[in-house]
Design a protein around this ligand. Sequence first.
Ligand SMILES: [Zn+2]
Length: 273
Amino acid sequence: MLPVLSPLIIFIGIGLDIVAFAIHRATGLKLQNMPITMFCLQIWFMGAFIRYSMIGWVDNAGLTSELQGSFSELVLRFRLSGMSLKTSSGKNVNALCSRKTVYISKASLDQLSKEAIDWLIGHELTHQKFFDLLDGDPSITAKRTARVAIVLLCLLGISQRLEFSWVGAIIVLVLIILIFATTTFAAIEGRDFTRDTELACDYVSMVQMGTSVGAVEALEAMKHGGAKNKPHGYPSKEARIQQAMDFEEGKPRATCANAKVEAEVSAILAGLK
Ligand SMILES: [Zn+2]
């Protein structure tokens, strides 16, 4: 999953610090390390920075009732619920889906037609369809491994707060790498923002729109973002534009090598019929 983290992590840090403090008071063990809250703040800042570099500040400046209305319609059309929309200051044509929220940049709203904005939002809503399948998939051990690692990390955090040890520090580091590796593993499986999923989200959104006009416009706008402004899906943009052209000509969708993505695309399309 994309590391766009919730401020909840800071409260977890505060909670762990309270537990460590209670143990310190009860047992007399000295507090000898940085508060866990500081560590959690660092992680949260890192996530916020990654999100900022993708879409800019979330300011909701462009969130008109008209946009909100068409978003609600799209959510219904994609048979989703509990979704929300936020707008950001981003200077690149770009959007993002994280934790049931679609973020769309100012540049997208300023530069794109309604058709293209709808298609872009449809692309992000398809990401949510993939996330929903991932959540419901019992064969995914990556997430569970990450959860166990997070619990162990919390316990070790408390023990490190009470008494610093190099062995503990190394185990903490290994756990962080494990969490990173398992979430990346889920991404490699094609469940995240990889080329195959990008193409699939583009396609499902085109099917829902019934045309590739909005897709071509939005993808072309991403294309001219400039070398410094690498847009979302940048490495596969040529393939994505080609797919949109093929769609307009009525050519069938080119399947990808990733069997899981194929099965999921079929399931999503069948569910939307
Ligand atoms: Zn995408």
